[in-house]
Design a protein around this ligand. Structure first.
Ligand code: NAD
Ligand code: DAU
Length: 366
């Protein structure tokens, strides 16, 4: 592949997609990046405001299930690399309404694969290319407290409609690599946190509820364990896989950072208590914030089929690619809290849906 790439990033207006676009534009200023997103409830074009100022970035609103549109985008921009983030991503939503997960995560990924095959493999001399599929540790199922962490050879045992749909999409990617010779890589990553995360996910939800003095819902006993990774470290991991990973391989990415949900929520409460003591302005802005945020912790009915524990063994990525998370949890959570306090306009607009108005006033395709 030549020195400058032309990337198609799907799900570019979602949490990880946005962080990845900023990371890539900074890291590889010579590359062209096309961000594609359907702008579902989870996608916010306002998050890409600064990227839209960059001449090497363009945004296209579109659905990954539209194979014809994907193919014409690939041809128009001579795309050589696809980084496929677009998905329905929230486990609770997959439990209350699985259909969208099947449509986007399975049918949508298949449509991306068909487009890539047509565009890259239809002649006798295939174009140099890479299809990187972004997946999750949830495909491996749930661990017991003392089980060893997931490796790339852990058998798939997804438990929710979300993780089952991601597992199916991973299998399709493997099948296109094996059967048609599509040059693919897959990353299976643990729980991400950081800027631009939609406030339905645990960390931003807790932060924002504390500011408003609203209950902090803890599912079940709160002893479920997740392995938290700062989102920029995920972007770096994907970069390493695209640039150094072996074609056809899967790489785990994780944070070596396991926390019980209740402990994470308690930690955020303590940080917010401290900030409120130091910062009168914050108290004035959010008069409903209690003296002790822990008083908001409320144990609620458990998530059906709730996975007990995820943990990633990233040994293969470390030894083969040199992947090591750079951000400590201490610094990552500090940055995240600061970002949400500074970007109130972003999450308020995202939560009340008024970012849609922003889109209609600002939306432009370069
Ligand atoms: P997100 O829900 O914040 O963003 C998903 C984006 O995809 C949104 O912008 C949405 O508009 C877009 N999208 C949805 N359906 C689409 C469609 N049919 N066509 C085009 N765009 C569509 O999700 P996220 O947390 O950024 O996750 C991104 C990817 O990373 C997903 O594939 C997810 O499975 C995976 N992942 C997430 C985590 C995590 O902790 N958040 C961890 C590991 C892997
Ligand atoms: O592991 C990677 C996965 O992490 C990604 O594939 C998913 O896209 C992403 O959403 C995330 O899934 P989780 O279900 O782990 O994330 P969530 O933030 O929804 O929940 C984290 C934990 O906190 C989980 O055990 C459920 C619990 N929880 C969550 C919410 C929203 C609560 O106790 N209360 C809540 O209100």
């Amino acid at each position: 592949m030549g020195s400058a790439r032309s990337l198609l990033v799907t799900g570019a207006a979602g949490f990880i997609g946005v962080n990845f676009v900023y990371y890539w534009l900074q890291q590889y200023p010579q590359d062209k990046v096309i961000g594609l997103d359907a702008l579902t409830y989870a996608g916010n074009l306002s998050s890409l405001e600064d990227a839209l100022e960059n001449n090497n970035f363009s945004f296209v609103q579109g659905d990954i299930r539209d194979q014809e549109m994907i193919e014409s985008l690939m041809a128009e921009h001579s795309i050589d690399t696809i980084v496929h983030f677009a998905a329905e991503s929230h486990v609770d939503r997959s439990i209350s309404g699985p259909d969208a997960f099947i449509d986007t995560n399975i049918i949508g990924t298949h449509s991306m694969l068909k487009a890539a095959r047509n565009q890259w493999l239809s002649s006798d001399a295939p174009e140099p290319h890479r299809f990187h599929h972004v997946s999750t540790d949830e495909v491996y199922g749930s661990l017991k407290r003392d089980d060893p962490a997931f490796t790339e050879t852990t058998p798939y045992k997804p438990s929710s409609p979300y993780s089952a749909s991601k597992a199916a999409s991973d299998h399709l990617v493997h099948a296109y690599a094996h059967t048609y010779g599509l040059e693919t890589t897959i990353s299976n990553c643990s729980n991400n946190y950081g800027p631009y995360q939609f406030p339905e996910k645990l960390i931003p939800l807790v932060l924002i509820n504390i500011l408003h003095g609203k209950e902090l819902p803890i599912y079940g006993d709160g002893k479920q364990i997740r392995d938290w990774l700062y989102v920029a470290d995920h972007a770096r991991g994907i970069d390493l896989i695209i640039n150094k990973g072996r074609v056809g391989e899967t790489y785990n990415i994780g944070g070596h950072n396991e926390w019980q949900n209740i402990d994470i929520v308690t930690l955020i409460c303590e940080r917010m208590n401290q900030l409120a003591t130091e910062n009168d302005e914050l108290r004035k802005q959010f008069p409903n914030m209690p003296d002790d945020a822990k008083s908001l912790i409320t144990f609620v009915k458990d998530r059906p089929g709730h996975d007990q524990r995820y943990a990633i063994d990233a040994h293969k990525s470390t030894t083969e690619l040199g992947y090591v998370p750079e951000e400590s949890f201490e610094t990552g959570i500090k940055k995240t809290i600061e970002w949400y306090l500074q970007q109130q306009g972003w999450w308020q607009a995202v939560m009340d849906g008024s970012y849609k108005e922003w889109i209609s006033s600002q939306y432009h395709q370069k």
